[in-house]
Design a protein around this ligand. Structure first.
Ligand SMILES: *[C@@H]1O[C@H](CO)[C@@H](O)[C@H](O)[C@H]1NC(C)=O
Length: 403
């Protein structure tokens, strides 16, 4: 007996069990179910597959390298510095061609500073003094230019003066920029060379036209339609694309972001992966000018005279900082995300059926009769149909005991 029972169980493993359906002739739930199915199919095909490219495997870890080069010359004539010619090696800081670079448009030079004693600048609050007691010898001037020597330099006994300091003298004068000094900086051009790689797909590309014509880069200028692979931009065009005129920012300086975006569909092939450029001004919030707007810093150039004495020229430079950021992602057909998305769509259909079941069984007027058909109690004696489950169980247990 027990042997044949086990064999029966084992053989039933290889039976295929299929589900039995109950057809509910209810038009309202039927229409609801078709609508749910239709919207799920629309969501899967339209949104997941066509719009979000759910059949693709993606690589968002773009590897990129950027190198920049500026061209253009400007001349300035100031009382401190005389006639100066500015080439890229002078106005680009740092000059190595990095992805973050600063272009000088305006400056104040304090030439021929030498270590020695002189009056602290009147701009420095901690340097103000009434008499020598305010200038304690050896103390640093807070936010100042040197070390106090102990003397207070005044025009006469009653006026306030500034402490004498030991530092690079003379100190920088008070300066309020009146206008840009490198007037044609908006006509400088910047060449942005960008190489990218998606290592997952072994794909690499650059934003420069693949040509052997060496004069191409000398003649071309970027144009979104005509020359998308000529990454040479006039600085004035960059700021205009960011929504500002260059002369809005060449006096006090600014910060400009250049975004290069690579959105590559590798199923369409190599030639469908293009760089897109976006420009924004970064140092301004909601079009309001504040004291923080602008960009400047100081740097010095050192030299020695014939007698071996050290001198320096201090430059306070204003200008535009460019920050080049590269983003991107690539996608290519892959069976795994395709299968996952199809499976999740089918599971959603199941959820739709479940929802319609709920509506049919619990919200419809004839729900009770559907429920009776759908849920069949399994029991041995079929005499007491109307009685509840608990009551059913008790006699069957007794039967088991007695048999
Ligand atoms: C920039 O170049 C254009 C054309 O060469 C010229 O007309 C314009 O005056 C230049 N701008 C400045 C500020 O020098």
């Amino acid at each position: 007996m027990a042997g044949s029972f086990l064999r029966g169980r084992l053989l039933s493993l290889f039976d295929y069990k299929t589900e039995k359906y109950i057809v509910a002739k209810n038009k309202r739930v039927g229409v609801l179910y078709r609508l749910i199915q239709l919207s799920i199919i629309g969501y899967i095909i339209g949104w997941v597959f066509l719009s979000k490219k759910g059949y693709q495997e993606t690589d968002e870890a773009i590897q990129s390298s950027v190198i920049t080069k500026l061209k253009g010359v400007s001349a300035t004539n100031t009382s401190e510095s005389g006639l100066l010619v500015w080439g890229p090696e002078d106005y680009v800081i740092p000059p190595q061609g990095e992805a973050v670079l600063f272009v000088v448009t305006n400056f104040l030079e304090t030439p021929n500073q030498k270590l020695g004693h002189c009056a602290e600048s009147s701009k420095v609050l901690d340097g103000h003094c009434g008499d020598d007691k305010d200038c304690e010898e050896g103390r640093m001037v807070v936010a100042g230019n040197g070390i106090m020597s102990g003397r207070c330099l005044r025009k006469d006994v009653n006026s306030t003066g500034t402490c004498e300091i030991y530092g690079w003298c003379p100190v920088e004068r008070k300066f309020k920029p009146q206008g840009p000094l490198l007037r044609n900086a908006e006509n400088f051009t910047i060449y942005i060379k960008n190489f990218i790689q998606f290592s997952k797909f072994n794909f690499s590309k650059s934003n420069v036209l693949q040509t052997t014509d060496e004069s191409h880069l000398k003649r071309c200028q970027y144009d979104e339609e005509l020359q998308p692979y000529c990454p040479i931009f006039r600085l004035g065009d960059i700021t205009r694309r960011a929504g500002y005129e260059f002369h809005d920012m060449d006096t006090f300086g600014a910060s400009i972001g250049i975004m290069i975006n690579w959105d590559c569909d590798l199923d369409k092939g190599f030639s469908h992966c293009h760089p897109k450029y976006f420009f924004t001004r970064l140092d301004i919030t909601a079009f309001n000018k504040t004291i923080a707007t602008g960009f400047n810093f100081r740097h010095a150039r050192y030299f020695k005279n014939a007698a071996g004495e050290s001198f320096r020229s201090l430059f306070k430079v204003y200008g535009v900082r460019f920050n080049i950021m590269v983003h991107g992602k690539a996608g290519r057909f892959s069976i795994i995300p395709t299968a996952i998305n199809i499976a999740s769509g089918l599971a959603l259909m199941g959820a739709g059926a479940f929802f319609c079941d709920m509506v049919l069984l619990y919200l419809m007027k004839k729900g009770d009769s559907y429920r009776e058909r759908k849920f069949e109690g399994s029991r041995n004696n079929t005499t007491s149909k109307s009685s509840g489950e608990e009551e059913d169980k008790a006699p069957t247990e007794q039967e088991n005991l007695t048999s």
